[in-house]
Every structure is written in C-alpha cells, then in structure tokens.
Design a protein around this ligand. Structure first.
Ligand code: ADP
Ligand code: MG
Ligand code: MG
Length: 212
C-alpha cells in the first residue's frame, strides 16, 4: 500500500505518546532528583505536539514530511533540552528515510543511525555523561549489528530495546556531566538519568509494536 511508512510512523508516534503519558510522573520525579523536574511533562507536551502536527497533515503525506513536521512541532513546543534533541532527531529520521514507502531493515537502521548522530552532534554529549545517549548509543549499535547479521527489523528492535534498557539502568551509577543535573551531580547517584529512561520507554514501545 502507498503511504505505508507514514501510517506506521503515525501509529508509532501515538503509541510513544501513550507510553510516555503513563510514565510522565515517574520521569518528572527522576528529573527532580538533580534537575528541574519537568522531563515527564516536557516529553508529553512534545509528543502531543508531534502527534497533533502529524494528525493535521493530509493522509497522502509521505514519511519524510510527516516526521519532519512532527519533529519540528516537538522541538518548538516541548521546551527544554530533551525536546530540542528529540525533535531534531525525529526530523533527521524523516530526512534519512526519504520518500520511499518500502524499507529494508538496513535502510531503517541507517536512518536511526543518522538520527542518533544528529542528536549526539547537537547535544555535544558522549556516552558516560549520564544523558539519553547512554541508552541511545547502545540501542543504535545493537540495531545495526542485528540487521547486519540478517535479523528482521522487529526482532532487531527487540534486542536493541533491551540494550537501551541496560544502558539506561547503568546511568544510575554515573555522575551527570551535561545539562541541568550537572551542578547537583552527586544527588543523582543511584538514580537513572531521566532522558535515558524515557528513551528506553519509547524504543521499547516501538519494538513491541514492530515485533507483534
Ligand atoms: P531540561 O534539562 O532542559 O529541563 P529535560 O528535563 O526535558 O530538559 O531533559 C533532561 C534530559 O536531557 C537529561 O536527563 C538528559 O538525558 C538529556 N540531556 C541533557 N543535556 C544533554 C546533552 N547535552 N546531550 C544529550 N542529552 C542531554
Ligand atoms: Mg528538566
Ligand atoms: Mg527544564
């Protein structure tokens, strides 16, 4: 069917929004440990804007325009560091996917890599800084390794989401070197990074749907 990729993207965005709505309070509590406590509401505001912008587009719009529009709405509406990074990453994902409607798993993994590279460049963080990158980089590496060894996209995403979960959990032992949590870094010891945690929530939701 034409516009298949765009309709998949619409469905995944809605599911991500619903999953973040369930976790928003917990994400806010994590962000309140050493940050400003707005990560849950910021992510939810951004995802609501992304879903709203996607819903306002015509059915015929392709996945590139859909994700660029949704990503721009996320960046503009969410406020905060994570909103700017997620919005730009989503827009880059759209540009990298382009206007094809059929994708090989390696094409999807390459687009995810482009989005993650954009987020890393914009934020200037590195793995170990206790940011979303500590879930994102293991996710992206696992996804690429899986599809390179011939896995279908659904099972590759499940393995990659597990890598993100492990990466997010490991941030509990780290001291933040970026963002608002840095000045109160010691307080965050023993608590996972909010942005790494929400990254895992989103990719776990996507993996669950893609492998169903
Ligand atoms: P803000 O810190 O502006 O209130 P949020 O609370 O929504 O924004 O997001 C905080 C999260 O953003 C952190 O937990 C971390 O994962 C992520 N983050 C902060 N700075 C950076 C950065 N430079 N690069 C990547 N991620 C970052
Ligand atoms: Mg915050
Ligand atoms: Mg804030």
């Amino acid at each position: 069917a034409s516009r298949a990729a765009a309709s998949t993207a619409r469905r995944l965005l809605g599911a991500a929004r619903d999953a973040i709505a369930v976790e928003a309070e917990h994400l806010g509590e994590l962000d309140a440990v050493a940050g400003d406590g707005d990560h849950g509401i910021g992510m939810l505001r951004g995802l609501n804007a992304a879903v709203g912008a996607a819903d306002a587009l015509a059915d015929a719009v392709g996945v590139r325009e859909l994700l660029e529009t949704a990503g721009d709405a996320w960046s503009e509406t969410a406020g905060g560091t994570s909103g700017a990074l997620w919005g730009s990453g989503l827009a880059e994902l759209g540009r990298a996917l382009g206007d094809r409607e059929q994708f090989l798993p390696v094409d999807a993994a390459a687009a995810v890599t482009a989005a993650c590279t954009r987020i890393a460049e914009l934020g200037g963080a590195a793995p170990g800084d206790k940011t979303m990158l500590d879930a994102m980089v293991p996710f992206q590496h696992a996804l690429t390794a899986q599809v390179d060894s011939g896995a279908d996209l659904g099972s590759a995403l499940v393995v990659a989401a597990a890598a993100a979960e492990e990466g997010a959990a490991a941030t509990a032992a780290m001291l933040p070197r970026r963002g608002r949590a840095k000045p109160l870094a010691e307080r965050s010891l023993g608590h996972p990074d909010p942005g790494a945690t929400s990254f895992h929530v989103i990719v776990d939701t996507v993996a669950g749907l893609a492998s169903a």
